[in-house]
Design a protein around this ligand. Structure first.
Ligand code: ADP
Length: 439
């Protein structure tokens, strides 16, 4: 097992990884930009190294700085978290080339899944059902129109290097295709320095269902059930739950087994997520994320398994230690992503947190680096906390979520807590009507 792990990330996920390490008796090294000297992940880590100025490209994305920090601190392994360098195959290669262990999959698997066309081709070879669409990148307007006529409108133009819902445009019919094609390419170029796009049939009544998997890199692999992440804004997740209220037992088992079989055939190493759209009883693979996901805690809540601990154990060369029959889904869990943003305009609201009181009690988990007096820097993602509740049933989770959101105080900045309160209240009204409690 490792003695010391460097955490190449910030915020709540850096803390999350630190916690797993401490519970395993592993020392932690935090890295931080000059804007994050006072951050909680820096305060709690055993050691910390400043890796550059505030812009992420100069610090959290600066590979030479991170490798130097690992060398100086004498770390054995590097955990990339999510975002930043977590899906950068070159980084994973450089980490290994410098004699450290990368806590994640092989660079080849990262690269394969980072290109969505290659990912879809691979998924097809692995026997996973795909969304109908272009077999490769589309190069002309004529191709899009021909495809729309063939598979039926509307279609969705997506970036080959996509992520975070960027570079996606819905095309209702031939008349919209030219503008959408040009917009998608411009957005993709700006976000990923790659303007290559492809086309999928637009599934208008879909659910987003994703399967958490673990593989040992030698052909063993299991799944840990699904997460339903259908509640989104601009194709980005807002609230996630497990298990999905939309699946029946047969559908759940079918997609879980398909995903686990794919992991075994790939000889995938570590934690990953296969994402599917679900419509009219059918699943359609869209992508695989070769890293820990933001919403991993809901899987932890319903399985009782610490996913970061498993990632670390696998990276250290251990066997899976879990078989499919060890995975028992119990109860329900819901996560709200809380952002430092205006809850109506979604304009970021960085600044000083004056008051901070997280909710507590049975079945409540808050993953956040916030504290009273902390100043949220304006340079990074606006997600500042995750509220995860669990309980025996979905209804109990909703009631627990309502009371936890009522308790949550983050003073001094604007947050999306009021947005979550509205969403939950709507669900609760709907349920109350359903069971005849209220008209
Ligand atoms: P990204 O990598 O940018 O997050 P994904 O391919 O994972 O993109 O898709 C993100 C979300 O966009 C999905 O959860 C879904 O809501 C929507 N989406 C993606 N593909 C389609 C599609 N073919 N039809 C309808 N919605 C889609």
């Amino acid at each position: 097992m490792f003695d010391k792990v460097l955490i190449a990330n910030r915020g709540e996920i850096a803390l999350r990884i630190h916690r797993a390490c401490r519970e395993m008796g592993i020392q932690t090294v935090a890295v931080h930009s000059t804007a994050d000297s006072d951050a909680m992940h820096v305060r709690l880590a055993d050691e910390s190294v400043c890796i550059g100025p505030p812009p992420a490209r100069d610090s959290y994305l600066n590979i030479p700085s991170i490798l130097s920090a690992a060398t100086i601190a004498g770390a054995d392994a590097i955990h990339p978290g999510y975002g930043f360098l977590s899906e950068n195959a070159r980084f994973a290669e450089a980490v290994e080339a410098h004699g450290f262990t990368f806590i994640g999959p092989t660079p080849d698997h990262i690269r394969m899944m980072g290109d969505k066309i290659v990912a879809k081709q691979t998924a097809h070879e692995l026997g996973l059902p795909l969304v109908p669409g272009s077999p490769g990148p589309v190069g002309s307007l004529e191709e899009i129109v021909a495809l729309g006529e063939k598979i039926g409108w509307p279609v969705l133009i997506k970036a080959v290097a996509g992520g975070g819902g960027r570079g996606m445009k819905v095309v209702d019919g031939p008349a919209d295709a030219a503008e959408a094609f040009s917009l998608a390419r411009t957005e993709a170029k700006a976000a990923f320095s790659n303007d290559s796009v492809y086309v999928e049939k637009y599934l208008g009544a879909r659910r987003h269902i994703e399967i958490q998997v673990l593989g040992d890199g030698r052909g063993e692999g299991i799944h840990l059930g699904e997460r339903d992440c259908s509640l989104q804004r601009r194709h980005q997740k807002v609230l996630e739950e497990a298990p999905s209220p939309a699946l029946n037992a047969e559908q759940r088992q079918r997609i879980g087994e398909l995903a686990a079989a794919a992991v075994r055939r790939l000889k995938y190493r570590g934690a990953g997520t296969l994402e599917f759209l679900f419509q009219d009883g059918e699943f359609y693979f869209i992508e695989m994320n070769t890293r820990l996901q933001v919403e991993h805690p809901i899987t932890e809540a319903v399985t009782g398994i610490d996913l970061v601990r498993e990632q670390i154990r696998i990276a250290a060369g251990g066997p899976l230690g879990l078989s499919q029959k060890d995975i028992v889904i119990q109860g329900h869990a819901i996560e709200c992503r809380i952002n430092a943003e205006n809850p109506e305009t979604f304009i970021p609201s960085p600044g000083k947190v004056i008051d901070y009181h997280p909710p507590g009690g049975l079945g409540v988990r808050v993953d956040s680096g916030l504290y009273a007096g902390y100043s949220i820097p304006p340079f990074y993602d606006s997600m500042v906390a995750k509220l995860i509740v669990s309980g025996p049933s979905r209804n109990e989770c909703l009631m627990r979520l309502r009371r936890s959101l009522e308790e949550f105080v983050i003073g001094g900045i604007e947050t999306t807590i009021p947005l979550h309160q509205k969403i939950i209240q709507q669900h609760i009204h709907w349920l109350e009507r359903l069971v005849g409690l209220k008209k």
